[in-house]
Design a protein around this ligand. Structure first.
Ligand code: SF4
Ligand code: FES
Length: 831
């Protein structure tokens, strides 16, 4: 479609907005209400421009020609048009330079500023404010309105995490539309009319898991991140784009730091992964990196007490001990980088020991069926989700909601993602019929699903076998499966062995998967906890022609399958251990096992229960401070870039390998990111040093998975469930903890009564041999007889046994209260 913008002619596809035509041509118009990935609504009227188009004669169907030039005559629209809601037409002419356009934009800017307080010198958005920038570019510099401006609340706590300055709001409606269109949680709206209009919520707080994104898209300083408010000016921040290690999505984040501290995290755009969004756990879960009690120097235990040491002294001490030790185990957490894993494997190899990572699922993350990408999910017309995806990998929840809109994600134009995608509308009907969600309890995504299946906990394999039998036409097999399975759930606690779906439902779900060649099966930790269930999910995908997306439990769970690991359980089998970011000492059997260990080295960010038992403690960098590479759940290889944080002498595992190698007089592979990449080049077939900032999705990643046997819980009465926030750091992220609540043991009220537990009580309780510190939460939606326990690295998703008789009061830990705009708040404490 031929379009002329000022002096430039473009060829654009039909449906392109006039604003995108302007930017595509390399020109500019101001705008506030339009926002990439959201519907254009024409609210702010800043993008006005003089627009015209030729017309056809209704009688002849021929273009009406200009008598002088003989070309189709341009008929100018009577008023300047909002370019964001105007679709281009054949021969359209857009004039952004004429006086008429300039007058319209200048007037709208003056109008927008009528009630804006212009308190830029004390506003956190100053220096990075769309209104400030556009007012300089397109404003008159003076106002003809000299009456008093509107006065409204300036410190309204929308939640413990977000503060609203109602005076600064220019009513662009981005935040309101965001909640409705992206997470689908309608928790914010305009209240009152005209000049009295303000943003507000009828609910208490913002009941959504994706609230922080409104602070990124607010074009003024009205919505602000409460963790960073008043801490620094935008020009003082060092901006580091990196990959989040909070979950396996590989979401792009921008970490803003200053004087060695992380001040805030914002979403960075990744067009294939998270678009412009991140969940609240990822955004607000960084305060632990600056916690006062962070380990910053190595410690060596002498005569029962730790003494500070240098890395050289600590390494020499470890090296000496290792000389007399056999059977060394080296174990890292599954959010370690590929480079750290190379170092860990090389260290174990040098010591003739074994290397492994935790949590490692019994089933391989790398699927045997055709793997799906996040874009495959977002464009699917048949989605079967067997997981609590919102807690497990929240970005997948948002990409599923993309699919419910029925609009394919926009492709970037020359100027980036379209500013106004005219296919998107406010309050679009959601195609809920394409979504089926199965879980052992009511999960958040079920609100948006056309078909929900609430099966008895632990019956993932039975459900998948029933679906597979249906897909193969063996429905006779299905009846037997639904009744006779005994998967270890304690029947005394009243659990029915049900699949939560009848034969008609099974058939309809299978037919939907078979009928759509873009079908995707998404499965999470409960399926990965069983090699059988995982194999059945992949078989079901193959039989129905679906793709699969396994939700890897941690940031690099998929990547670590590239490197050969131990076949047994390093934590159980070794006689000396080097552990990175693992805390097995909450399990009593590890405490006993510790007594038999010749050496325990712990590399961690905080003094954990396991670190307390160690001979040597080494300070560890957090995921924000590392340089390296991770592989997300799609198999996409993504870079980590180091944020400058004052973490003392902390090192990542490659630093530990270098220090130990130096002490032992050897140069190990993985002693630096560079040396690890040399080793990885042979495995991967390409050099990670050449990785583009957006990462890459190789055709095939090699895999070496040796599953660890599933927990053999014989009388389970609990499900280990995923959590959006990193459990190991939650108590050091006080604002996030206030907003999301402490780690909880969720029980049905009847069960709480039966076991003598009361809501909000803090308890220490034994969960399959691990002492957990949890707050009791009663919830009608939790099935009777099954309690829900949050997963940790040492206790991943699956079944467990809660020993209610072991519950004992947990003394209140001294948590500093947090000053929020809603007053002083204190967090409940969990693990
Ligand atoms: S608070 Fe910000 S995003 Fe929301 S309507 Fe006001 S200016 Fe727009
Ligand atoms: S009217 Fe707001 S961007 Fe067009």
């Amino acid at each position: 479609m031929k379009v002329i913008v000022n002096d430039r002619e473009l060829d654009l596809p039909p449906g392109t907005s006039a604003i995108d035509a302007v930017f595509q041509a390399g020109y500019d118009v101001p705008y506030f209400c339009s926002q990439e990935y959201m519907s254009p609504i024409g609210a702010c009227r800043l993008c006005l421009a003089k627009v015209g188009a030729p017309r056809k004669d209704r009688a002849t169907g021929e273009w009406i020609l200009d008598e002088e030039t003989g070309e189709p005559k341009v008929f100018w629209f009577p008023k300047p048009m909002a370019t964001c809601t105007t679709a281009v037409m054949e021969g359209m002419v857009i004039d952004t330079k004429c006086q008429e356009t300039k007058n319209a934009q200048k007037s709208m800017m003056e109008f927008t500023l009528i009630n804006h307080p212009l308190d830029c010198p004390v506003c956190d958005k100053g220096g990075a404010c769309e209104l400030q920038d556009r007012a300089y570019e397109y404003g008159e510099g003076v106002s003809r309105f000299d009456f008093d401006k509107r006065h409204q609340e300036k410190h309204h706590a929308l939640s413990p995490l977000i503060t609203l300055d109602r005076e600064r709001c220019i009513h662009c409606k981005r935040c309101v539309r965001y909640f409705e269109e992206i997470p689908g949680d309608e928790v914010l709206d305009f209240i009152e009319r005209g000049g009295h209009t303000y943003i507000g919520t009828l609910d208490d707080g913002l009941p959504s898991n994706f609230t922080g994104n409104i602070t990124d898209i607010c074009p003024v300083g009205a919505l602000l991140d409460a963790t960073s408010r008043f801490r620094g000016r935008n020009w003082e921040y060092r901006h580091t784009r990196t990959t989040s290690t909070d979950d396996s999505s590989g979401s792009a984040i921008m970490v803003d730091s200053r004087t060695g501290r992380i001040e805030r995290i914002k979403a960075a755009r990744h067009t294939r992964i998270n678009h412009d969004w991140i969940d609240d756990g990822t955004r607000f879960g960084h305060e632990y990196a600056d916690a006062e009690d962070r380990l910053k120097t190595p410690l060596i235990k002498k005569d029962g007490t730790f003494q500070e040491a240098t890395w050289e002294e600590a390494s020499a001490f470890i090296s000496d001990k290792l000389q007399a030790t056999k059977n060394v185990g080296v174990a890292i957490r599954a959010d370690a980088t590929l480079e750290e894993a190379v170092g860990a494997a090389a260290l174990a190899d040098h010591l003739h020991g074994t290397y492994d990572y935790y949590p490692k699922t019994p089933a391989a993350i790398t699927p045997s069926a055709t793997p799906a990408t996040l874009d495959d999910v977002a464009t699917s017309n048949a989605l079967f989700v067997l997981a609590d995806v919102t807690e497990e990998v929240p970005i997948v929840d948002l990409r599923i909601k993309d699919a419910l809109k029925g609009v394919t994600p926009p492709e970037p134009m020359a100027h980036g993602i379209p500013i106004a995608d005219l296919r998107l509308k406010e309050h679009m009907p959601k195609k809920t019929a394409i979504l089926s969600v199965a879980a052992p309890y009511q999960v958040d995504l079920m609100k948006y699903a056309g078909r929900t299946i609430t099966y008895s906990a632990g019956h993932e394999a039975a459900l998948l076998r029933a679906l597979l039998a249906t897909a193969k036409g063996n429905t006779a097999d299905v009846d037997g499966l639904s009744i006779d399975q005994n998967l270890g759930i304690d029947q005394n606690l009243g659990i029915d062995h049900e699949l939560g779906i009848d034969q008609d439902g099974l058939s309809a779900l299978v037919k939907q998967l078979q009928d759509n060649d873009d079908a995707v099966i998404v499965y999470g930790g409960w399926v990965l906890a069983s090699a059988e269930a995982s194999e059945l999910a992949n078989q079901l995908a193959k039989v129905t022609g679906s793709k699969v997306l396994p939700l890897a439990p941690m940031a690099n769970s998929r990547g670590l399958e590239v490197i050969e690991t131990a076949t047994g359980d390093v934590l159980e089998d070794a006689s000396a251990l080097i552990l990175s970011n693992l805390n097995p000492a909450r399990a009593s059997h590890f405490v006993n096992h510790r007594k038999t260990l010749d050496l325990l080295v712990v590399h961690d960010t905080f003094m954990t229960e396991t670190a307390e038992l160690a001979d040597v403690v080494l300070p560890a960098k957090t995921g924000y401070e590392k340089e390296g590479t991770v592989v997300n759940l799609e198999g996409r290889i993504l870079p980590l870039n180091a944020v400058p944080v004052d973490s003392g002498t902390s090192e990542d595992f490659t630093g530990l390998v270098k220090a130990l190698g130096d002490a032992m007089g050897t140069r190990l592979a993985g002693r630096s990111v560079r040396s690890a990449r040399r080793a990885l080049k042979e495995t991967l077939g390409f050099d990670l040093a050449d990785l583009p900032s957006e990462g890459m999705l190789p055709e095939n990643l090699p895999t070496q998975h040796h599953g660890r046997p599933a927990s053999s819980e014989k009388s389970a009465n609990a499900v280990i469930v995923p959590t959006m926030s990193r459990p190991e750091y939650l108590s050091r992220n006080p604002r996030l903890q206030i907003a999301q609540g402490a780690l909880a043991l969720r029980v049905n009220p009847a069960d709480a009564h039966k076991h003598g537990l009361t809501a909000h009580e803090r308890v220490k309780i034994d969960v399959s041999g691990v002492t957990r510190r949890l707050v009791i939460k009663t919830d009608e939606r939790v099935p009777a007889g099954v309690s829900l326990v949050p997963a940790i690295a040492e206790q991943p998703c699956g079944l467990a046994r809660v020993d209610f008789a072991s519950a004992r009061p947990d003394p209140v830990m001294p948590v500093p209260p947090v000053q929020t705009d809603a007053g002083t708040m204190t967090a409940e404490v969990g693990d």
